[in-house]
Ligand binder design. Sequence first.
Ligand code: FUB
Length: 338
Amino acid sequence: KTPVPDSTGVKTTTANDKYLSQPLVTHIYTADPSAHVFNGRIYIYPSHDTATGTPENDNGDHFNMMDYHILSMDSVGGKVTDHGVALHIKDIPWAGRQLWAPDAAFANNTYYLYFPVKDKQDVFRIGVATSKTPEGPFTPEKEPIKGSYSIDPCVFKDDNGSFYMYFGGIWGGQLQKWKNNQYDSTRKLRQPDELAILPRVARLNADMKSFAEPVKEVKILDSAGNLYKEKNNDQRFFEASWMHKYNGKYYFSYSTGDTHNIVYAIGDSPYGPFTYKGLLLAPVEGWTNHHSIIEKDGRWYLFYHDVQLSGKTHLRNVKVTQLTYNPDGTIQTIHSQK
Ligand code: FUB
């Protein structure tokens, strides 16, 4: 049946309705869902939240994750399988602490898991691990990806077969400490009237384990064509990059962090610039907001998380709902909290 959108989001008349916007699993806490369709099946690469008792602070120390579990299902509404531990921090030789939001890609007959973790100097880097199956287990490389930094990798495959990694996150994600791809631990967050910090992108080499070019900034412009200032914090980039393509256009979506929105911007190239188009997902229950977008069997889905099961900001649960485009290519805002 045809999905019927309402004024605040999306309602559908499908048999899967009862599964939409409910936690996909309840036996573990999961967050930051990066969804992909591999071999006709939906695989979700989430963070695995656990209560380690680490005190909460603005650096996100309480997000003290130790491993990843990959989830999969035939279709939205189908049975969800937890494939168990796919990668543990103790098996990553260079890792210090905090396995944050991962992503995955398939190439060279191999599945690649990309993950941010602090190194032994407490600097976030992005690592890669490989497996012959989408659910792992994954074997990590001995070093992080050369030239990588900060958090929240999103690996996007363009129609011509090129892969790009988008990444970055301010505050606890440390992006404010990087300028011209150089680290300075003393660098502070931008002041309200300074230009906002931009997310980063680099094309991947065919080996999928290295950058093919120097990391570049991704420009996000407002409707007047201007870069955002830090004070525009309901629209400027904070973390949680995601890229998808729809009708030949590149849709770059991200979290605004301290204002808790998922917003999106559209461009004509994987490098941008991207022009802000609107609010995709209104704030959810819990501080963080982090999503992914896929198409499956002609329908578009938004994967996201909230804290329905725990009420605690660092113990999250992943969910899925449908996403609807307007005829002009804009996306209808989803309000998960009514
Ligand atoms: O899960 C840890 C961090 O919280 C992620 O890396 C951010 O995107 C936020 O969701």
